[in-house]
Design a protein around this ligand. Structure first.
Ligand code: F0G
Length: 466
Protein backbone atom coordinates (compact mmCIF):
# COMPACT_ATOMS: atom_id res chain seq x y z
CA UNK A 1 0.00 0.00 0.00
CA UNK A 2 1.21 3.54 -0.74
CA UNK A 3 2.26 5.63 2.24
CA UNK A 4 -1.12 7.21 3.16
CA UNK A 5 0.23 10.27 5.03
CA UNK A 6 3.08 12.80 5.28
CA UNK A 7 6.41 10.94 4.96
CA UNK A 8 7.80 12.64 8.11
CA UNK A 9 7.01 13.48 11.74
CA UNK A 10 6.98 17.08 13.01
CA UNK A 11 9.82 17.71 15.47
CA UNK A 12 9.83 21.50 15.88
CA UNK A 13 6.87 23.88 15.54
CA UNK A 14 6.52 27.63 15.01
CA UNK A 15 3.54 29.58 16.34
CA UNK A 16 1.23 31.39 13.95
CA UNK A 17 0.07 34.76 15.33
CA UNK A 18 -3.56 35.85 15.00
CA UNK A 19 -3.95 39.16 13.14
CA UNK A 20 -7.37 40.81 12.97
CA UNK A 21 -8.91 41.97 9.71
CA UNK A 22 -8.55 45.63 10.82
CA UNK A 23 -4.83 45.09 11.38
CA UNK A 24 -4.53 43.42 7.96
CA UNK A 25 -6.19 46.44 6.34
CA UNK A 26 -3.63 48.69 8.05
CA UNK A 27 -0.71 46.48 6.99
CA UNK A 28 -1.89 46.36 3.39
CA UNK A 29 -2.28 50.14 3.13
CA UNK A 30 1.09 50.74 4.79
CA UNK A 31 2.67 48.27 2.32
CA UNK A 32 1.26 50.16 -0.69
CA UNK A 33 -0.78 47.04 -1.61
CA UNK A 34 2.51 45.23 -2.18
CA UNK A 35 2.62 41.91 -0.33
CA UNK A 36 6.43 41.85 -0.36
CA UNK A 37 6.30 44.70 2.18
CA UNK A 38 3.97 43.08 4.75
CA UNK A 39 5.67 41.92 7.98
CA UNK A 40 5.88 38.10 7.90
CA UNK A 41 4.45 37.79 11.43
CA UNK A 42 1.21 39.38 10.16
CA UNK A 43 0.64 36.43 7.78
CA UNK A 44 -1.19 33.15 8.53
CA UNK A 45 -0.18 31.00 5.60
CA UNK A 46 2.77 32.37 3.65
CA UNK A 47 2.76 31.11 0.07
CA UNK A 48 4.85 33.99 -1.30
CA UNK A 49 7.53 31.58 -2.40
CA UNK A 50 8.84 28.04 -2.09
CA UNK A 51 12.36 29.49 -2.14
CA UNK A 52 14.36 29.11 1.05
CA UNK A 53 11.14 28.65 3.05
CA UNK A 54 11.23 24.85 3.47
CA UNK A 55 11.76 22.91 6.68
CA UNK A 56 15.10 21.13 7.00
CA UNK A 57 15.29 17.55 8.22
CA UNK A 58 16.92 16.27 11.42
CA UNK A 59 19.84 15.05 9.30
CA UNK A 60 20.26 18.50 7.73
CA UNK A 61 20.30 20.19 11.15
CA UNK A 62 22.88 17.61 12.22
CA UNK A 63 24.90 18.44 9.10
CA UNK A 64 24.90 22.11 10.17
CA UNK A 65 26.56 21.12 13.42
CA UNK A 66 29.19 18.99 11.75
CA UNK A 67 29.90 21.46 8.92
CA UNK A 68 33.59 22.25 8.40
CA UNK A 69 34.32 25.98 8.43
CA UNK A 70 37.85 25.80 6.98
CA UNK A 71 38.34 28.75 4.62
CA UNK A 72 39.84 26.61 1.86
CA UNK A 73 39.19 23.02 0.76
CA UNK A 74 36.87 22.16 3.66
CA UNK A 75 35.52 18.68 4.21
CA UNK A 76 32.02 20.09 3.67
CA UNK A 77 32.97 21.40 0.23
CA UNK A 78 34.33 17.97 -0.73
CA UNK A 79 31.01 16.40 0.29
CA UNK A 80 29.02 19.14 -1.51
CA UNK A 81 31.06 18.75 -4.69
CA UNK A 82 30.98 14.95 -4.77
CA UNK A 83 27.21 14.81 -4.08
CA UNK A 84 26.51 17.28 -6.89
CA UNK A 85 28.84 15.52 -9.32
CA UNK A 86 27.13 12.22 -8.51
CA UNK A 87 23.66 13.60 -9.34
CA UNK A 88 24.40 16.26 -11.98
CA UNK A 89 27.49 14.80 -13.60
CA UNK A 90 29.18 18.07 -14.62
CA UNK A 91 32.93 18.70 -14.46
CA UNK A 92 33.00 21.97 -12.47
CA UNK A 93 30.91 22.77 -9.38
CA UNK A 94 30.98 26.41 -8.28
CA UNK A 95 29.16 27.33 -5.04
CA UNK A 96 27.26 30.63 -4.83
CA UNK A 97 25.09 32.23 -2.15
CA UNK A 98 21.94 31.67 -4.23
CA UNK A 99 20.70 31.02 -7.76
CA UNK A 100 20.81 34.56 -9.10
CA UNK A 101 24.48 34.90 -8.14
CA UNK A 102 25.20 31.84 -10.33
CA UNK A 103 23.18 33.42 -13.17
CA UNK A 104 24.78 36.84 -12.74
CA UNK A 105 28.32 35.47 -12.89
CA UNK A 106 27.68 33.12 -15.81
CA UNK A 107 26.05 35.93 -17.79
CA UNK A 108 28.83 38.42 -16.91
CA UNK A 109 31.51 36.17 -18.40
CA UNK A 110 29.55 34.89 -21.42
CA UNK A 111 27.22 37.69 -22.62
CA UNK A 112 27.75 41.10 -24.17
CA UNK A 113 25.24 43.83 -25.09
CA UNK A 114 23.05 42.81 -28.02
CA UNK A 115 23.41 39.06 -27.37
CA UNK A 116 20.28 36.92 -27.12
CA UNK A 117 19.40 34.15 -24.64
CA UNK A 118 16.48 31.89 -25.59
CA UNK A 119 14.72 30.09 -22.70
CA UNK A 120 11.31 28.44 -22.35
CA UNK A 121 10.37 31.31 -20.00
CA UNK A 122 12.99 33.29 -18.10
CA UNK A 123 12.34 33.60 -14.39
CA UNK A 124 12.27 37.29 -13.31
CA UNK A 125 15.79 37.43 -11.83
CA UNK A 126 17.16 35.50 -14.82
CA UNK A 127 15.54 37.95 -17.23
CA UNK A 128 16.82 40.88 -15.15
CA UNK A 129 20.38 39.49 -15.09
CA UNK A 130 20.36 39.02 -18.90
CA UNK A 131 18.92 42.50 -19.47
CA UNK A 132 21.34 44.07 -16.99
CA UNK A 133 24.12 43.25 -19.45
CA UNK A 134 22.15 44.78 -22.33
CA UNK A 135 21.34 41.36 -23.82
CA UNK A 136 17.88 40.14 -24.85
CA UNK A 137 15.99 37.52 -22.80
CA UNK A 138 13.81 35.70 -25.32
CA UNK A 139 10.98 33.39 -24.23
CA UNK A 140 10.44 30.47 -26.64
CA UNK A 141 7.63 28.60 -24.85
CA UNK A 142 5.04 26.93 -27.11
CA UNK A 143 1.48 28.29 -27.40
CA UNK A 144 0.13 25.54 -25.13
CA UNK A 145 2.38 26.77 -22.32
CA UNK A 146 0.71 30.18 -22.44
CA UNK A 147 -2.86 28.93 -22.35
CA UNK A 148 -4.03 28.56 -18.74
CA UNK A 149 -7.07 26.48 -19.72
CA UNK A 150 -5.56 23.51 -21.58
CA UNK A 151 -4.51 20.41 -19.67
CA UNK A 152 -1.17 18.95 -20.76
CA UNK A 153 1.51 16.76 -19.22
CA UNK A 154 4.50 18.91 -20.24
CA UNK A 155 3.37 22.50 -20.70
CA UNK A 156 6.88 23.74 -19.86
CA UNK A 157 8.21 22.45 -23.19
CA UNK A 158 10.12 24.85 -25.41
CA UNK A 159 8.82 25.34 -28.95
CA UNK A 160 11.48 24.13 -31.39
CA UNK A 161 9.90 26.38 -34.03
CA UNK A 162 10.32 29.43 -31.81
CA UNK A 163 13.90 28.41 -30.99
CA UNK A 164 14.75 27.93 -34.67
CA UNK A 165 13.12 31.28 -35.48
CA UNK A 166 15.32 32.96 -32.84
CA UNK A 167 18.47 31.58 -34.50
CA UNK A 168 17.19 32.62 -37.95
CA UNK A 169 16.40 36.12 -36.73
CA UNK A 170 19.46 36.91 -34.60
CA UNK A 171 22.09 34.51 -35.98
CA UNK A 172 24.20 32.01 -34.02
CA UNK A 173 27.07 34.43 -33.14
CA UNK A 174 24.65 36.52 -31.06
CA UNK A 175 23.39 33.49 -29.09
CA UNK A 176 26.17 32.23 -26.74
CA UNK A 177 23.91 29.57 -25.17
CA UNK A 178 20.32 28.38 -24.83
CA UNK A 179 18.59 27.93 -21.45
CA UNK A 180 15.78 25.65 -20.36
CA UNK A 181 14.03 26.18 -17.02
CA UNK A 182 12.96 22.97 -15.26
CA UNK A 183 10.26 23.17 -14.05
CA UNK A 184 9.05 26.30 -15.82
CA UNK A 185 8.33 28.55 -12.85
CA UNK A 186 6.94 31.62 -14.65
CA UNK A 187 4.68 29.43 -16.80
CA UNK A 188 2.93 27.60 -13.96
CA UNK A 189 5.64 25.32 -12.54
CA UNK A 190 5.02 23.03 -15.51
CA UNK A 191 7.55 20.32 -16.35
CA UNK A 192 9.64 19.88 -19.48
CA UNK A 193 9.58 16.39 -20.99
CA UNK A 194 12.72 14.35 -21.60
CA UNK A 195 11.71 14.22 -25.28
CA UNK A 196 11.65 18.03 -25.46
CA UNK A 197 15.00 18.29 -23.66
CA UNK A 198 16.45 15.78 -26.12
CA UNK A 199 15.12 17.76 -29.09
CA UNK A 200 16.41 21.11 -27.74
CA UNK A 201 19.75 19.48 -26.92
CA UNK A 202 20.05 17.98 -30.42
CA UNK A 203 19.24 21.35 -31.99
CA UNK A 204 21.86 23.07 -29.82
CA UNK A 205 24.46 20.48 -30.85
CA UNK A 206 23.52 21.02 -34.50
CA UNK A 207 24.11 24.79 -34.26
CA UNK A 208 27.12 24.36 -31.94
CA UNK A 209 25.73 26.27 -28.95
CA UNK A 210 25.75 24.96 -25.34
CA UNK A 211 22.53 24.22 -23.45
CA UNK A 212 22.35 25.40 -19.83
CA UNK A 213 19.57 24.20 -17.52
CA UNK A 214 18.00 26.48 -14.92
CA UNK A 215 17.68 23.51 -12.59
CA UNK A 216 16.10 24.95 -9.40
CA UNK A 217 13.29 22.36 -9.38
CA UNK A 218 15.05 19.51 -11.18
CA UNK A 219 13.81 16.72 -8.88
CA UNK A 220 10.19 17.84 -9.26
CA UNK A 221 10.68 17.85 -13.05
CA UNK A 222 12.17 14.34 -12.90
CA UNK A 223 9.19 13.13 -10.86
CA UNK A 224 6.78 14.39 -13.53
CA UNK A 225 8.83 12.59 -16.20
CA UNK A 226 8.65 9.37 -14.17
CA UNK A 227 4.88 9.72 -13.72
CA UNK A 228 3.87 11.06 -17.12
CA UNK A 229 6.38 10.18 -19.86
CA UNK A 230 6.35 6.85 -21.62
CA UNK A 231 9.31 4.63 -20.81
CA UNK A 232 10.19 6.26 -17.45
CA UNK A 233 7.73 4.68 -14.99
CA UNK A 234 10.29 2.10 -13.81
CA UNK A 235 13.32 4.41 -13.75
CA UNK A 236 14.75 5.80 -10.51
CA UNK A 237 14.46 9.56 -9.97
CA UNK A 238 18.24 9.87 -9.74
CA UNK A 239 18.75 8.11 -13.08
CA UNK A 240 16.18 10.40 -14.71
CA UNK A 241 18.06 13.41 -13.26
CA UNK A 242 21.35 12.15 -14.66
CA UNK A 243 19.74 11.64 -18.05
CA UNK A 244 18.34 15.21 -18.03
CA UNK A 245 21.64 16.77 -16.98
CA UNK A 246 23.61 14.76 -19.56
CA UNK A 247 21.66 16.59 -22.29
CA UNK A 248 23.12 19.96 -21.22
CA UNK A 249 26.59 21.37 -20.69
CA UNK A 250 25.88 23.01 -17.36
CA UNK A 251 23.24 24.42 -15.04
CA UNK A 252 22.43 27.23 -12.67
CA UNK A 253 20.87 26.11 -9.41
CA UNK A 254 19.11 27.73 -6.49
CA UNK A 255 19.49 25.23 -3.63
CA UNK A 256 16.69 27.18 -1.88
CA UNK A 257 14.27 25.06 -3.90
CA UNK A 258 15.19 21.41 -4.56
CA UNK A 259 18.31 21.67 -2.38
CA UNK A 260 15.86 21.80 0.58
CA UNK A 261 17.81 24.55 2.35
CA UNK A 262 17.15 28.15 3.39
CA UNK A 263 20.11 29.63 1.49
CA UNK A 264 22.55 28.52 -1.18
CA UNK A 265 23.10 27.86 -4.84
CA UNK A 266 25.66 26.74 -7.37
CA UNK A 267 26.72 26.78 -10.97
CA UNK A 268 27.84 23.65 -12.81
CA UNK A 269 29.79 23.80 -16.06
CA UNK A 270 31.61 21.38 -18.34
CA UNK A 271 33.54 24.09 -20.17
CA UNK A 272 36.98 24.71 -18.60
CA UNK A 273 37.41 28.26 -19.93
CA UNK A 274 33.98 29.45 -18.77
CA UNK A 275 34.49 27.79 -15.38
CA UNK A 276 37.86 29.54 -14.97
CA UNK A 277 36.39 32.95 -15.90
CA UNK A 278 33.50 32.47 -13.47
CA UNK A 279 35.88 31.33 -10.71
CA UNK A 280 37.99 34.47 -11.17
CA UNK A 281 34.85 36.56 -10.73
CA UNK A 282 33.64 34.37 -7.84
CA UNK A 283 36.70 35.29 -5.78
CA UNK A 284 35.91 38.99 -6.31
CA UNK A 285 32.20 38.78 -5.60
CA UNK A 286 31.30 35.72 -3.53
CA UNK A 287 34.38 34.18 -1.92
CA UNK A 288 37.02 31.49 -2.26
CA UNK A 289 36.02 28.80 -4.80
CA UNK A 290 35.37 26.17 -2.12
CA UNK A 291 32.73 28.19 -0.24
CA UNK A 292 31.42 30.83 -2.69
CA UNK A 293 29.44 33.02 -0.32
CA UNK A 294 28.27 30.22 1.95
CA UNK A 295 29.34 28.82 5.32
CA UNK A 296 30.78 25.31 5.40
CA UNK A 297 27.68 24.18 7.30
CA UNK A 298 25.45 25.46 4.48
CA UNK A 299 27.37 23.30 1.99
CA UNK A 300 26.87 20.28 4.25
CA UNK A 301 23.11 20.94 4.57
CA UNK A 302 22.79 21.30 0.79
CA UNK A 303 24.57 17.97 0.19
CA UNK A 304 22.15 16.25 2.59
CA UNK A 305 19.14 18.10 1.07
CA UNK A 306 20.07 16.98 -2.44
CA UNK A 307 20.12 13.37 -1.30
CA UNK A 308 16.71 13.73 0.41
CA UNK A 309 14.99 15.47 -2.50
CA UNK A 310 15.43 12.36 -4.67
CA UNK A 311 13.27 10.27 -2.28
CA UNK A 312 10.17 9.15 -4.24
CA UNK A 313 8.00 9.20 -1.07
CA UNK A 314 8.96 12.83 -0.49
CA UNK A 315 8.29 13.82 -4.12
CA UNK A 316 4.95 11.99 -4.31
CA UNK A 317 3.80 13.72 -1.13
CA UNK A 318 5.14 17.12 -2.16
CA UNK A 319 3.62 17.23 -5.61
CA UNK A 320 0.51 15.42 -4.36
CA UNK A 321 -0.05 18.20 -1.83
CA UNK A 322 0.00 20.81 -4.61
CA UNK A 323 -2.43 18.70 -6.68
CA UNK A 324 -4.72 18.31 -3.65
CA UNK A 325 -4.95 22.09 -3.25
CA UNK A 326 -5.95 22.21 -6.93
CA UNK A 327 -8.77 19.71 -6.33
CA UNK A 328 -10.09 21.81 -3.40
CA UNK A 329 -10.06 24.90 -5.64
CA UNK A 330 -11.98 22.94 -8.30
CA UNK A 331 -14.64 22.04 -5.75
CA UNK A 332 -14.94 25.70 -4.77
CA UNK A 333 -14.97 27.05 -8.35
CA UNK A 334 -11.69 29.00 -8.16
CA UNK A 335 -10.01 29.14 -11.61
CA UNK A 336 -6.33 28.25 -11.90
CA UNK A 337 -3.77 27.44 -14.56
CA UNK A 338 -4.15 23.80 -15.51
CA UNK A 339 -2.78 21.42 -14.48
CA UNK A 340 -1.30 22.26 -11.06
CA UNK A 341 2.50 22.58 -11.16
CA UNK A 342 5.24 20.96 -9.12
CA UNK A 343 5.67 23.65 -6.49
CA UNK A 344 2.64 25.89 -6.80
CA UNK A 345 -0.91 26.52 -7.91
CA UNK A 346 -1.29 29.54 -10.18
CA UNK A 347 -4.70 31.19 -9.89
CA UNK A 348 -6.06 32.66 -13.13
CA UNK A 349 -6.85 36.25 -12.17
CA UNK A 350 -8.13 37.25 -15.60
CA UNK A 351 -10.83 34.62 -15.29
CA UNK A 352 -11.47 35.35 -11.60
CA UNK A 353 -11.72 39.14 -12.01
CA UNK A 354 -12.75 39.70 -15.65
CA UNK A 355 -13.92 43.29 -14.98
CA UNK A 356 -10.41 44.51 -14.05
CA UNK A 357 -8.30 45.39 -17.13
CA UNK A 358 -4.67 44.22 -17.32
CA UNK A 359 -3.53 47.83 -16.95
CA UNK A 360 -5.05 47.77 -13.43
CA UNK A 361 -3.18 44.64 -12.28
CA UNK A 362 -5.98 42.08 -11.70
CA UNK A 363 -3.55 39.48 -10.28
CA UNK A 364 -2.17 42.01 -7.79
CA UNK A 365 -5.75 42.91 -6.80
CA UNK A 366 -6.53 39.23 -6.14
CA UNK A 367 -3.31 38.85 -4.15
CA UNK A 368 -4.16 41.87 -1.97
CA UNK A 369 -7.75 40.67 -1.45
CA UNK A 370 -6.55 37.18 -0.47
CA UNK A 371 -4.45 38.74 2.27
CA UNK A 372 -7.35 40.87 3.47
CA UNK A 373 -9.81 38.00 3.49
CA UNK A 374 -7.61 35.21 4.83
CA UNK A 375 -4.20 36.50 5.90
CA UNK A 376 -2.77 34.37 3.09
CA UNK A 377 0.17 35.71 1.08
CA UNK A 378 0.61 34.71 -2.56
CA UNK A 379 2.59 36.49 -5.25
CA UNK A 380 1.52 38.27 -8.43
CA UNK A 381 2.95 36.85 -11.64
CA UNK A 382 1.36 39.19 -14.12
CA UNK A 383 1.69 42.75 -15.43
CA UNK A 384 3.29 44.15 -12.28
CA UNK A 385 6.10 41.58 -12.53
CA UNK A 386 6.41 41.06 -16.26
CA UNK A 387 5.18 44.06 -18.28
CA UNK A 388 8.21 44.95 -20.39
CA UNK A 389 9.46 46.95 -23.34
CA UNK A 390 9.48 45.08 -26.69
CA UNK A 391 13.14 45.10 -27.85
CA UNK A 392 12.07 45.72 -31.47
CA UNK A 393 9.21 48.23 -31.20
CA UNK A 394 10.05 49.85 -27.85
CA UNK A 395 6.38 49.54 -26.85
CA UNK A 396 5.24 48.22 -23.47
CA UNK A 397 3.93 44.67 -23.71
CA UNK A 398 1.69 42.98 -21.10
CA UNK A 399 2.32 39.31 -20.33
CA UNK A 400 -0.07 36.71 -21.77
CA UNK A 401 -1.27 35.59 -18.34
CA UNK A 402 -2.30 37.29 -15.09
CA UNK A 403 -1.52 34.77 -12.37
CA UNK A 404 -1.46 34.63 -8.58
CA UNK A 405 1.09 32.04 -7.55
CA UNK A 406 0.44 30.12 -4.35
CA UNK A 407 3.86 28.53 -3.87
CA UNK A 408 3.96 25.75 -1.31
CA UNK A 409 7.03 25.71 0.98
CA UNK A 410 8.54 22.23 1.26
CA UNK A 411 7.55 20.15 4.32
CA UNK A 412 6.00 23.18 6.10
CA UNK A 413 2.19 23.33 5.87
CA UNK A 414 -0.41 20.64 6.51
CA UNK A 415 -3.43 19.70 4.43
CA UNK A 416 -5.70 21.55 6.90
CA UNK A 417 -3.80 24.79 6.39
CA UNK A 418 -4.02 24.43 2.62
CA UNK A 419 -7.78 23.72 2.88
CA UNK A 420 -8.03 27.07 4.68
CA UNK A 421 -6.13 28.68 1.77
CA UNK A 422 -8.62 27.24 -0.74
CA UNK A 423 -11.55 28.56 1.33
CA UNK A 424 -9.93 32.02 1.51
CA UNK A 425 -9.60 32.02 -2.30
CA UNK A 426 -13.30 31.16 -2.53
CA UNK A 427 -14.13 34.15 -0.28
CA UNK A 428 -12.23 36.44 -2.68
CA UNK A 429 -14.28 35.00 -5.56
CA UNK A 430 -17.48 35.81 -3.63
CA UNK A 431 -16.57 39.51 -3.33
CA UNK A 432 -14.85 39.55 -6.75
CA UNK A 433 -17.22 41.96 -8.49
CA UNK A 434 -16.75 44.53 -5.74
CA UNK A 435 -12.95 44.60 -6.10
CA UNK A 436 -11.43 47.64 -7.81
CA UNK A 437 -8.23 47.88 -9.84
CA UNK A 438 -4.88 49.20 -8.60
CA UNK A 439 -2.51 51.79 -9.99
CA UNK A 440 1.20 52.33 -9.33
CA UNK A 441 2.16 55.37 -7.23
CA UNK A 442 5.90 54.65 -7.13
CA UNK A 443 8.20 52.18 -8.90
CA UNK A 444 11.96 51.54 -9.12
CA UNK A 445 13.71 51.25 -12.53
CA UNK A 446 13.99 47.41 -12.49
CA UNK A 447 12.25 44.43 -10.82
CA UNK A 448 9.50 46.80 -9.72
CA UNK A 449 7.20 44.15 -8.26
CA UNK A 450 9.45 43.74 -5.21
CA UNK A 451 9.17 47.32 -3.97
CA UNK A 452 6.56 49.27 -6.00
CA UNK A 453 3.71 51.01 -4.15
CA UNK A 454 0.13 50.97 -5.41
CA UNK A 455 -3.29 52.34 -4.48
CA UNK A 456 -6.87 51.63 -5.56
CA UNK A 457 -7.79 53.35 -8.84
CA UNK A 458 -9.71 56.55 -8.02
CA UNK A 459 -8.51 56.47 -4.36
CA UNK A 460 -10.54 55.11 -1.43
CA UNK A 461 -11.04 51.44 -0.64
CA UNK A 462 -10.10 48.44 -2.79
CA UNK A 463 -13.34 46.64 -1.94
CA UNK A 464 -16.42 48.66 -2.95
CA UNK A 465 -19.50 48.56 -0.65
CA UNK A 466 -21.97 45.75 -1.38
N1 F0G B 1 15.48 30.48 -11.58
C1 F0G B 1 14.23 30.12 -11.23
C2 F0G B 1 13.40 29.28 -12.14
C3 F0G B 1 13.72 30.55 -10.00
O1 F0G B 1 12.47 30.18 -9.66
C4 F0G B 1 14.52 31.33 -9.14
C5 F0G B 1 14.01 31.83 -7.88
C6 F0G B 1 15.82 31.66 -9.54
C7 F0G B 1 16.26 31.20 -10.78
C8 F0G B 1 16.73 32.49 -8.69
O2 F0G B 1 17.16 31.80 -7.57
O3 F0G B 1 16.22 33.08 -5.63
O4 F0G B 1 18.14 31.54 -5.33
O5 F0G B 1 18.43 33.67 -6.51
N2 F0G B 1 12.79 31.82 -7.60
C9 F0G B 1 12.16 32.24 -6.35
C10 F0G B 1 10.68 32.17 -6.52
C11 F0G B 1 12.65 33.53 -5.81
O6 F0G B 1 9.96 32.72 -5.67
O7 F0G B 1 10.20 31.55 -7.46
P1 F0G B 1 17.50 32.57 -6.19
Amino acid sequence: MDLPFEPYRIKVVEKIQRVSREERVKHLRAAGYNLFKIPAEAIYVDLLTDSGTGAMSDLQWAALMSGDEAYACSKSFAEFESTIKDIYGYKHVIPTHQGRAAEGMLFTVTLKPGDVVPNNIHFDTTRANVEHIGAIALDCIGAEGLDPATEGPFKGNMSLDNLRAAFDKYGTPRIPFVMLTITNNSGGGQPVSMANMKAVSAFCREVGVPLILDACRFAENAWFIQQREEGYADKEIKDICREMFALAQGCTMSAKKDGLVNIGGFLCLDDDAWAQDVTNLLILREGFPTYGGLAGRDLAAIAQGLREVLDPDYLAYRIGQVARLGRRLDELGVPYLRPTGGHAVYLDARKALPHIPQSQFPAQVFTAALYLEGGVRGVEIGSLMFEHKDPDTGEMVSPAMELVRLAIPRRVYTHTQLDYVAESCARVMEIGERLRGLKITWEPPALRHFTASLEPVGGGKMIAKA
